[in-house]
Design a protein around this ligand. Structure first.
Ligand code: BEZ
Length: 211
């Protein structure tokens, strides 16, 4: 069955480049990003794994662990990593699942047969510390993901988990946010002491509350 936002992320135990991982246990109190790569020794995946590895300090700052997946063996991932380091100047610094039997790929519906019946698409699942799925992105194999966008949505998810706000189009960390319509003006005055602007009764903006 398809995984939807708010579902508990299916748990699994899998072999990775950093040993056996039980997903929920490994997440602990962290946020997590489980993302699939269609195949080892492929060009777009090579660039993605290096770029996410370069950005790992940014994910660490956000208490977020990265977990890659590709439907090849752990040994194959290790061989491929040598090419990643050689061509991108960065080796992979987070675990990558060796999902040869496609158990995790099937569990997360990462294989879309109308795109390709054996390789995974480029899925991204962001999971909160409560193990609930907070965000799902799906890209075709031909389009590499943008690390900055994954960090941006993570900032929004973490902010909106703690405050009654939402983030507007193209929002970036540090910019004004929108007060949830369910909050009365009276309550907004105490919840958002920096003040707010009412553009319409349903569109009230306030400085980012955790800055
Ligand atoms: C790639 O990573 O470049 C790729 C992987 C599978 C199919 C197409 C492209």
């Amino acid at each position: 069955m398809a995984i939807r936002l708010g579902d508990t992320a299916p748990d699994f135990t899998a072999e990775t480049t950093e040993g056996t991982i039980n997903f929920h246990e490994w997440l602990g109190d962290s946020w997590g990003i489980l993302f699939s790569h269609p195949k080892d020794f492929t060009p777009v995946c090579t660039t993605e794994l290096a770029a996410f590895s370069k950005a790992k300090p940014e994910f660490d700052k956000r208490n977020t662990k990265l977990l890659g997946l590709s439907v090849d063996s752990v040994e194959s991932h290790r061989q491929w990593d040598k090419d990643i380091e050689e061509t991108q100047g960065q080796s992979v610094n987070f675990p990558v699942i060796g999902d040869e039997d496609r158990r995790v790929a099937d569990l997360y519906d990462m294989i879309h047969p109308n795109a390709n019946d054996t390789l995974t698409v480029r899925s991204v699942f962001i999971v909160g510390p409560d193990k609930k799925v907070k965000l799902i992105l799906t890209y075709p194999a031909s389009t590499g993901r943008r690390v900055d966008e994954v960090l941006r949505v993570l900032d929004s998810l973490q902010l909106t988990a703690g405050y009654s706000v939402s983030t507007p189009v193209n929002w970036q960390d540090g910019q004004d946010v929108i007060i949830a319509p369910a909050i009365s003006d009276e309550d907004a005055k105490t919840k958002f002491p920096k003040g707010f602007k009412t553009l319409k009764p349903y569109l009230r903006v306030t400085p980012q509350p955790n800055k």
